[in-house]
Design a protein around this ligand. Structure first.
Ligand SMILES: Cc1ncc(COP(=O)(O)O)c(C=O)c1O
Length: 332
């Protein structure tokens, strides 16, 4: 970047000293950039991907011409058949909702440096010895870009040679902050389409914003909110076959959302929640459009999952409001 001297001042940024939560990682612009970096650092010639994912995960492989095959997961959100990898083959597993850390450790034992853990729903992880992982800061915080990649020490590399991401926009973040929700949502959708899977260094803006966060407080809030949902809705949440009570999960679990999977034979309408200003995304519409057909459970999951928000903006008042709205939806 050119250095200009004098004139008016830029946005004031303060990096808090010694506060890089992901100090041991490679700081890039987004999760896809992290995958591209991993591809650059390995001899990857093919990859196994979960069918239950969004198209963004496929992007770096398509851009770099790396062929991929899909695998199926079960109601524990674990692989139905664990592929035996040929030379140059890798496998990605998503730590779904940040709740699958114990299972990731089993995969890590088995696949070692051929495993890429998609921690885009598990920002708080500090990586896994000998396996690769990447997260995505935008999924957990109001920042325009940012992702941290971890990997085996001998292969991890650095960001020297990558340009800095300067092509970011914060309009949607500022508009949401000032309450212009509809406008911000439109801007957010447009902005997301501009993100690329090229490896770029994380912007200075996101790096500074992320250094200001009190991660201990944020993690505690996520865990509390999650457990409030579970206490109220756990009895309806019987489709997923994984422990959902926090006490039964790995002690370092910081959930991404509360995954309420409704009875798929009963139809429900997310718009009823939307009309009450409760925005529950579908994870992921891409699954319903993807070829090949089949993967019945993955399609059901996309349709019947309500990923209820647990993030640090919220506390008991908001969680109760969402619970009441969901209970009304169930009784309709
Ligand atoms: C499961 C999953 N993996 C990877 C990505 C890619 O992350 P990013 O958008 O930061 O590149 C996303 C984002 O949409 C995702 O949902």
């Amino acid at each position: 970047m050119r250095k200009y001297i004098g004139g008016f001042l830029e946005l004031e940024l303060f990096d808090k000293l010694d506060s890089n939560y992901h100090a041991g990682a490679i700081a890039l612009s987004c999760g896809r950039a992290g995958i591209s970096h991993i591809i650059n650092r390995t001899n990857m010639i093919a990859v196994w991907l979960p069918y239950y994912t969004c198209n963004a995960l496929l992007e770096p492989f398509e851009r770099l011409g790396i062929p991929y095959r899909f695998y199926e997961i079960n109601k524990h959100l674990e692989l139905i058949n664990q592929p035996v990898l040929c030379a140059g083959e890798y496998i990605i597993y998503i730590n779904y909702f940040g709740l699958k850390t114990s299972y990731v450790r089993q995969l890590q034992e088995y696949y070692s440096d051929r495993l890429l853990v998609d921690d885009t729903q598990n920002y708080f992880s500090h990586g896994y010895i000998n396996s690769w992982s990447f997260n995505s800061a935008r999924k957990s915080f109001g920042v325009p870009d940012g992702s941290y990649t971890y990997g085996p020490a001998a292969q991890i590399g650095d960001t020297i040679g990558y340009p800095e991401n300067t092509n970011y926009n914060v309009q949607h973040l500022v508009d949401r902050l000032r309450g212009a929700q509809d406008l911000a949502y439109e801007e957010f959708i447009k902005y997301e389409q501009t993100l690329s899977s090229e490896p770029l260094k994380m912007s200075k803006l996101s790096s500074s914003l992320l250094s200001q966060i009190n991660y201990t407080v944020v993690a505690a809030k996520r865990r509390n909110n999650y457990q409030l949902y579970h206490n109220a809705l756990g009895k309806f949440n019987n489709t997923l076959l994984l422990p959902l009570d926090l006490v039964a999960l790995s002690p370092d679990t910081v959930p991404f959302c509360y995954p309420l999977v409704l009875d798929c034979s009963v139809s429900f309408d997310r718009r009823i929640l939307f009309e009450q200003d409760i925005f529950i995304a579908m994870l992921w519409p891409d699954v319903l459009k993807r070829r090949p057909d089949g993967y019945t459970w993955e399609r059901q999951l996309a349709q019947c999952l309500l990923p209820l928000p647990v993030d640090h903006r919220y506390g008991p008042t908001e969680i109760n409001h969402v619970v009441t709205a969901v209970l009304r939806l169930l009784n309709n």
